[in-house]
Structure formats: structure tokens, C-alpha cells
Design a protein around this ligand. Structure first.
Ligand SMILES: [Zn+2]
Ligand SMILES: [Zn+2]
Ligand SMILES: [Zn+2]
Length: 221
């Protein structure tokens, strides 16, 4: 997990314009959380999630570095970025213990991991029957474990200046996902009044939308 890269990835996936011109683009599909690139075989990452204990991950990304999983998962004021590899429970549902074998802990096996900030895209493209707050309104409610894996904190959403009316929490809380929301998500970049501007955001940013393809990385440091 790299908070610097993570911020760019979150900007790109949330369609928030960057304030700097980036030299190298953030990959537009499932960017690696360590380097921000897409489609690099070495960046494939796997995760083992034991029944008790901390998940462990494995990747060959040359920009990988160690981090405290539990600490990164909670996030903090100094380290709000929570872009860590997670297990998708829709791809890999937790298996109930085999009958009569409850005393023996099932061995955690390595499965392909998804970076948290990529989870909305992952579910949109690979689990088409589910609701994705802010992305797809119709469908089946996400299992709590999957929602927990992709949910962003208010802090990380404010750090990259996602407009408050697009915060996940506002989608999750809104029982009436009305036409206005549908229009807003369907016409990003169109001129429209900011419903509930974050205040710190200049209004031109609220109305300017850049394609996530235009977003890129300044450096890989
Ligand atoms: Zn990488
Ligand atoms: Zn999945
Ligand atoms: Zn940067």
C-alpha cells in the first residue's frame, strides 16, 4: 500500500480532477496499489486470509513494500489511505468448517487479491448482479463483508476531495436513490450545481470532470 499512489488511484476511480499534471498515467483498470500501473503480470497480488490472524499477501511488483496490514486497514489521520489488498468474498466465499473437523483450523489458501480502491470496479465488471453505491443502483445488496472491503472512510474521501454528495456514505444512507442521484452519476462532467459542495473545493473543480484516463502519476517514488 502506498498512500501517495493510493491518492492518485482514488482520484482516478472517483473521477476527481488532479491538481497536478502527472507524468505517467494511473492505469484505468485495476491499478496496482504499489505502482499505480495496470496490466503488469508482476503486479498480480495474492492474499491469504487466516481464520484468526492477519492476512498476508504476495506480489512480484518491484515497488512493493511492507506495511502493517491491520494498521493500514483501519487508517488514521496521518495515514488515511486504506488501499490494501483484500479478498473478494464474492469470488472466494468463506467456507464453513467441515462437519466434525471444527477442531482443525482450515489452512488459508492464497487467492487473487483485489486492491480496496479497485473493488467498486471489480464488482461492477465481475459481479453484475450487485448494487455498487454510486456506480450501479439496481441489483442485489452486497454482502456485508464485501461492502466492508470496499467501503471508504469519510477521512479518505475528504482527503481526495470527493464531493460530499458523491460520498459512499451518502449513497448508502440514501434510501431514496432518486432520479437526481441517477442523473448526477450518469452525467459526470455535465454542468450542474454542486448539491452539497465540500466547501474547500473551488467551484470550477466541481464542474470540471476529467476522464480517469487523463489522470496519471507524477513519479513512481
Ligand atoms: Zn505494481
Ligand atoms: Zn469478486
Ligand atoms: Zn503524485
Amino acid at each position: 500500500m502506498c498512500s501517495h499512489i493510493g491518492k492518485h488511484i482514488l482520484c482516478a476511480s472517483s473521477n476527481v480532477p488532479e491538481e497536478v499534471v502527472l507524468k505517467e498515467q494511473v492505469g484505468d483498470m485495476m491499478p496496482c496499489g504499489f505502482c499505480g500501473r495496470s496490466g503488469i503480470p508482476e503486479c498480480t497480488i495474492t492474499i491469504k486470509v487466516p481464520v484468526n490472524g492477519t492476512p498476508t499477501w504476495d506480489t512480484k511488483c518491484m515497488f512493493q513494500h511492507k506495511f502493517k496490514y491491520g494498521f493500514a486497514d483501519s487508517g488514521s489521520k496521518n495515514q488515511p489511505c486504506r488501499n490494501i489488498p483484500v479478498k473478494c468474498d464474492l469470488c472466494h466465499p468463506a467456507l464453513p468448517p467441515e462437519p466434525g473437523k471444527t477442531s482443525q483450523k482450515p489452512q488459508a489458501i492464497a487467492v487473487e487479491a483485489v486492491w480496496r480502491y479497485n473493488m467498486p470496479n471489480h464488482v461492477v465488471h465481475l459481479h453484475k448482479e450487485y448494487i455498487v453505491p454510486g456506480r450501479r443502483e439496481g441489483g442485489v445488496m452486497l454482502p456485508p463483508a464485501v461492502w466492508k472491503a470496499m467501503k471508504l472512510t469519510d477521512l479518505e474521501q475528504s482527503v481526495v476531495r470527493i464531493l460530499k454528495d458523491r460520498w459512499q456514505s451518502s449513497f448508502a444512507a440514501a434510501s431514496e436513490l432518486d432520479k437526481e442521484n441517477m442523473q448526477a452519476s450518469g452525467s459526470r462532467g455535465a454542468k450542474r450545481p454542486a448539491l452539497e459542495s465540500s466547501g474547500s473545493l473551488p467551484s470550477k473543480h466541481a464542474r470540471t470532470s476529467v476522464s480517469r484516463l487523463q489522470t496519471a502519476l507524477t513519479s513512481l517514488n
